[in-house]
Ligand binder design. Structure first.
Ligand SMILES: NC(=O)CC[C@H](N)C(=O)O
Length: 372
């Protein structure tokens, strides 16, 4: 295996070995605390432009299968682990993680002291880094790492959103049966694709909705022509504030349709309703984030993946906070006080993570039906 170097923008150096593609890449390092679900994490388009470090120490032991894709390919810039499992075993696995990363030209490095890396980021905040399997010239890598531009203010949605509209009718995968497909659909959702995860689409289908997924820069008139019963604002990568075309859709959508948003969709909706967002120190990425529903005071353990958050003080009188993160008191959900419009910062579709919050898909369906 080839030697690989990870150099942070502050000059910290980690040495490991390559187990994926070789090359040199730049990106922001974030860490994910999920113990399983690396395939879903790798293929989540919200990670576009980021290098993901897994805190769980052994990765790759169940290989990669054909069913757990959250999109058509991996989107992370690079994958960082403590130990890569050279053998894999699972009845669904069709290939190894190493071959999967090589196929899509994604750099994977192992042998990194991930505890040290994660503590460093927790203390100093997420930072940019360079990974190279091509050179051991540390001074050159340090110089390059210092000059990587920040993701703040960049439109990353344009690189992951679908180019053409498409229909989605596949429900959840069920052991022994495969994917569920209902015989008919009650409702039609138009999903604005900022980088949508497939499990969101599957849960809409499970709840009787046919989904039309449209590019993030679709004109609102063209969305109306599709005659939706409700509009969904998806998750996606990067900073929400530069996504002016998405914010514009959200502003118009709330005037006319029931609206539901997840993660970047929550941020875009909050901005459309007059709020602001900011970048968190190191974000929330994992499957164990405690969130309180402020109506019921019930706590959900949630899957999360975000670096930005809605500024609670920026929210106008027409919006109320519905959910709060119990670790750091950040906004986890909002709703419009008078319209059928709500969103959450966390991922009720899990994938990977706990299923505590899947009821939100039914809540949206019930809300649409109650408006008819
Ligand atoms: N999963 C997401 O939708 C991420 C939202 C946004 N890109 C953030 O980092 O906060």
């Amino acid at each position: 295996m080839k030697a690989a170097y990870l150099v942070l923008e502050d000059g910290t150096v980690f040495k490991g070995a390559s187990f994926g593609a070789n090359g040199e890449v730049e990106g922001e390092v974030v860490f994910n605390t999920s113990m399983t679900g690396y395939q879903e994490i790798l293929t989540d388009p919200s990670y576009y432009g980021q290098m993901v470090c897994m805190t769980y120490p052994l990765i790759g032991n169940y290989g990669v299968n054909e069913e757990d894709f959250e999109s058509n390919r991996p989107y992370v810039t690079a994958f960082i682990v403590k130990e890569y499992s050279k053998t894999y075993s699972n009845y669904r696995a069709t290939t190894s993680l190493s071959n999967f990363l090589k196929k899509y030209n994604i750099i994977g490095i192992e042998g990194i002291d991930t505890r040290k890396l994660v503590r460093h980021i927790r203390e100093r905040g997420s930072m940019n880094a360079i990974i190279s399997t091509e050179t051991g010239d540390i001074d050159y890598l340090k110089e390059k790492a210092k000059n990587i531009p920040s993701i703040v203010g960049k439109d990353l949605v344009q690189y992951v959103s679908t180019k053409k509209p498409y229909e989605w009718t596949q429900g959840s995968w069920i052991l022994g049966k495969g994917y569920y497909t209902p015989e008919s659909f009650d409702l039609h959702i138009v999903a604005i694709d900022f980088g949508i995860k497939r499990n969101i689409l599957r849960y809409f289908v499970d709840n009787g909705c046919k989904v039309t997924v449209v590019p993030a820069n679709t004109k609102f008139e063209d969305i109306e022509k599709l005659n939706p019963d409700g509009i969904f604002l998806s998750n996606g990568p990067g900073d929400p504030e530069p996504i002016s075309y998405g914010i514009d859709i959200a502003k118009k959508a709330v005037e006319k349709y029931p609206v539901f948003g997840i993660c970047l969709g929550n941020q875009i909706l909050s901005i459309a309703l007059g709020g602001k967002t900011y970048k968190l120190k190191f974000g929330h990425h994992g499957g164990n984030q405690p969130v309180m529903d402020l109506d019921t005071k019930k706590v959900e353990i949630t899957a999360q993946n975000h670096c930005f958050a809605v500024d609670i003080d920026s929210l106008s009188d027409i919006v109320e906070v519905t959910h709060i993160n119990l670790n750091d008191k950040t906004v986890e959900g909002v709703r419009h006080k008078t319209k059928p419009v709500f969103a959450v910062q966390y991922h009720p579709e899990n994938s990977p993570g706990p299923h505590d919050a899947i009821y939100l898909f039914k809540r949206f369906v019930d809300l649409i039906k109650s408006c008819k």
